[in-house]
Design a protein around this ligand. Structure first.
Ligand code: ARG
Length: 462
C-alpha cells in the first residue's frame, strides 16, 4: 500500500517517480530507521495507541527486517520503493499485514527522516573521532621515532628557521585536536530527538517524547516542532567540521608531497601508498596524498551545497532537504577514507634526517639567531636586523655560511661580535634558544610530546 495514494486519481509520471525516489541512497539509513521505529512503537504503546501484543508483534517484525538486512546482501537490491521509510512499512506489511499500518500513527516521514539522520550521524561522528585519534597517535609516534630530526621551517615556502621535525608534526596534532573539539560540539547539538514533531505541528497523540529520546540515547527532544523537522544545522556543522579536517589533511598532504620530491628529499613514501607510471619506469608518485588533497575539494563542495540548499527554504519541511543525504554520506565516506589513508602514510613514511639537516644548514636560517645575539649584546633589534642583513649579503658574495665568516670579517662590521658568536650559530643553539612556551626547543617539544601522549592515552606500538 502506497504511503500517500488516496488523494490522487492519476499515476505519477515514471520519470518523475525515479527523480523523486531516494531509496537508492537513503537505504543506508535503514538500521537507524528501524531503531527509530522501535522506539516510536514503544512510545505509541505507552500512549495507549498500540496494545502490548501489537507492540510485541511490530517489534519482532522490525527486528526480522533488521536481521535480513544483516544476513542477506541482496535484500535491498533492485527493490521498488520511494524511500527507506516506505520500504520498511511495505516489508512490515508482508510480515504482519495491516498492523504494519498502525506504526505511522502520530509520526510523519518529516520527523522520522530527521531522527534517522541524527542517529546515523551520531555514529559517524564517533567513528570519525576514533579515526582522528589514530592519526594523532601516528603523528606522535613518527615524532617520537625522529625526536632529533631537524628540518628547515618555511615561510612563503622559503627556508626560514630550523625546527624539530617533531615540532612540525605536533602542529598537525594541534589542528586535529581542534577538529575533535568541533566534532564533539556538533555531536552535542546532533543528539536531540525530532520524533514527536509530526509533520510540522507536533503529534496528535499523547506521546511522551522522553520515552523514545531515552531509549535512543538522545540528550532530550528538539523543543519546537517546526524547527525539529526543518533543522539541518547539524548536517551543516558536521560537514563544516569535516571541511576543516580535510583542509588540515590536505595541507599535510601538500607538505609531504613537496618533502618527498628529489628536490627536497626529506621523506620517502612507502610503496604501499605510492603508484607508478604506465610510461615512465622510474616514477614513484604520491597518489595517496594527491587524492587526499583532491578530495578536500569535494568535501568543500558539499559544504557549499548544504548551505545553498537551506538558504531561502520556507518553514518547515521541503523536499529540497532530501538532497542533504548524498552530501552527508559522501562527506562521511570521504572523510573516513582520507583519515585511514593518512594514517597508513604516516605509519610507513621514511625520514631522511641527513638531507633535512643539510637543508636546514644552508640558506642562512641562523640569521635571526645572529640578530638575537646582537640584541643580547645591547643593540636595538631593528639595527641588528639591518646589520645582519648586510652580513648575509656579504656572506653570499663570499659564498660562505655565517658561521664560516672569520672574527676579523665580523669585526669590520661591528665591534659587538666576539668569539662566542659561533656557539649561537649552530643548529642546536638555534633550536635550544626557542625555549619559550610553544617553541621548538627540544625541551619544549619533549614536553609537548609527553602531553600529547597523556591526552591520547598513547602506548607505543613497537
Ligand atoms: N525521502 C524524504 C527525505 O529524505 C523523506 C521525507 C519525505 N517527506 C515528505 N513529506 N515528502 O527528505
Amino acid at each position: 500500500m502506497k504511503l500517500w495514494g488516496g488523494r490522487f486519481s492519476g499515476e505519477p509520471d515514471q520519470e518523475f517517480a525515479r527523480f523523486n525516489a531516494s531509496f537508492a541512497f537513503d537505504q543506508r539509513l535503514i538500521e537507524a530507521d528501524i531503531q527509530g521505529s522501535r522506539a516510536h512503537a514503544q512510545a505509541l504503546a505507552a500512549a495507549g495507541v498500540l496494545t502490548s501484543f501489537e507492540l510485541e508483534r511490530l517489534d519482532e517484525a522490525l527486528l526480522s527486517i533488521l536481521k535480513r538486512v544483516a544476513e542477506e546482501p541482496d535484500y535491498l537490491k533492485n527493490r521498488d520503493a520511494e524511500d527507506v521509510h516506505s520500504f520498511v512499512e511495505a516489508e512490515l506489511a508482508t510480515f504482519i499485514g495491516d498492523l504494519a499500518y498502525k506504526l505511522h500513527s502520530g509520526r510523519s516521514r518529516n520527523d522520522q527522516v530527521a531522527t534517522d539522520l541524527r542517529l546515523f550521524l551520531r555514529n559517524e561522528i564517533d567513528d570519525s573521532l576514533t579515526l582522528i585519534k589514530q592519526v594523532q597517535c601516528a603523528l606522535v609516534s613518527l615524532a617520537e621515532n625522529n625526536r632529533h630530526c631537524i628540518i628547515p621551517g618555511y615561510t612563503h615556502l622559503q627556508r626560514a628557521q630550523p625546527v624539530l621535525f617533531a615540532h612540525y608534526l605536533l602542529a598537525y596534532y594541534e589542528m586535529l585536536k581542534r577538529d575533535c573539539g568541533r566534532l564533539i560540539d556538533a555531536r552535542r547539538r546532533t543528539n536531540r530527538l525530532p520524533l514527536g514533531a509530526g509533520a510540522l505541528a507536533g503529534t496528535g497523540f499523547p506521546i511522551d517524547r522522553s520515552i523514545a529520546a531515552e531509549r535512543l540515547g538522545f540528550d532530550g527532544s528538539c523543543e519546537n516542532s517546526l524547527d525539529a523537522v526543518s533543522d539541518r544545522d547539524f548536517v551543516v556543522e558536521f560537514i563544516g567540521a569535516a571541511s576543516l579536517i580535510m583542509i588540515h589533511l590536505s595541507r599535510l598532504a601538500e607538505d609531504f608531497i613537496i618533502y618527498s620530491t628529489a628536490e627536497f628529499g626529506f621523506l620517502e613514501l612507502s610503496d604501499a601508498v605510492s603508484t607508478g607510471s604506465s610510461l615512465m619506469p622510474q616514477k614513484k608518485n604520491p597518489d595517496s596524498l594527491e587524492l587526499i588533497r583532491g578530495k578536500a575539494g569535494r568535501v568543500l563542495g558539499h559544504n557549499a551545497a548544504m548551505l545553498a540548499l537551506l538558504k531561502g527554504l520556507p518553514l518547515a519541511y521541503n523536499k529540497d532537504m532530501q538532497e542533504d543525504k548524498e552530501a552527508l554520506f559522501d562527506t562521511v565516506d570521504t572523510l573516513k577514507g582520507s583519515l585511514g589513508v593518512v594514517n597508513t602514510v604516516l605509519a610507513n613514511v621514511k625520514v631522511n634526517s641527513g638531507r633535512a639537516r643539510e637543508a636546514a644548514s644552508v640558506g642562512y636560517l641562523n640569521a635571526t639567531d645572529l640578530a638575537d645575539y646582537l640584541v643580547r649584546r645591547g643593540l636595538e633589534f631593528r639595527k641588528s636586523h639591518e646589520l645582519v642583513g648586510r652580513l648575509v649579503s656579504y656572506a653570499i658574495q663570499q659564498d660562505k655560511k655565517l658561521e664560516d665568516l672569520s672574527l676579523d670579517q665580523y669585526s669590520s662590521f661591528t665591534p659587538l661580535i666576539s668569539g662566542d658568536v659561533y656557539d649561537s650559530l649552530t643548529l642546536e643553539a638555534s633550536l635550544a634558544s626557542k625555549a619559550a612556551e610553544g617553541g621548538t626547543s627540544p625541551e619544549r617539544v619533549n614536553e609537548a610530546l609527553a602531553k600529547a601522549k597523556r591526552d591520547l592515552g598513547y602506548r607505543p606500538t613497537e
